[in-house]
Ligand binder design. Sequence first.
Ligand code: TRP
Length: 333
Amino acid sequence: NGEIMNRIFSGVQPTGNLHLGNYLGAIRNWARLQDQYDCIYCVVDLHAITTPQDPSELRANTREVTAGLMAAGIDPKRNIIFNQSRVSGHAELAWVFNCVARLGWLNRMTQFKEKAGKHRDNATVGLYAYPTLMAADILLYKATHVPVGEDQKQHLELTRDIAKAFNSMFETDFFPMPEPLILGAARVMSLRDGSKKMSKSDDSDYSRINMTDDADSIALKFRKARTDPEPLPESTDGLEGRTEAANLLGIYGALADETIQQVCEEFAGKPFSQFKVQLIDLAVAVLAPIGHEMKRLSEDPGYVDQVLSTGADRATQIATPILSDVKKVVGLT
Ligand code: TRP
């Protein structure tokens, strides 16, 4: 282990309304990685502006997401937490990568196709170039491992393609190939409709558990969560076609660190009313302290800003020599 340095980089968009899906899908895993790796966690505000943002909301969301990371247990002393725009190397390296990546590569990105939809001509150039900025995020620190969800795998593959192309263009082995870390992330669905992902933009607040929800709202929302009239099954086979049931069991399993099969065995034949009592107890035990800490941090924006500013200084220290080497390799200095 000694000589091989492992460095994690991951990014999260500064969106409002962090919810259980964000927590179980990413943030909780990030907190767990800090014991094994040097981690750099970046609130990607430059990525956020690839679609229009209200400036004061963007500022508030950057703080809220930072508070969410800390409340979930990510220690800003042991790790680096900062927002992307404070380290200018991200934008600089992204430009170099814009001159390495090919239109054909970006044209294949499914996330761009989805986000741009039918109105491609109206999408910003930034939305199109989003993946080259993401590649810059990762490679500016020569990160070796990147925890990503299913939806970001293609962008990480592109990052590797860019690293490879850069290395071969300049006949160097400068950039390491970052490896994906696919962690058992739960896919959390809406509490009102088990076929839709839990989302910050769902009109109904009852569709999601926010990371800032207190014990009472957590209990109320799970009590109102949709189920079906059947009792809980003995095994996962019995969850076929029961999306709402599968979602609640999945949430319980994720919170308890158990497989869905184990949850089925525990509650086989019980009615949902009984299961929900246990689910609420567990969810409140895990989430209420996080919500409480987020609230406390929201009342101390000076502290959050200071974490971001210290994080940016530490990130700059790692990025500066790497960027300066890139400039030498390319012939810019
Ligand atoms: N694109 C990622 C997302 O939307 C966020 C992100 C930006 C990221 N830069 C990154 C993730 C670098 C991993 C590594 O979720």
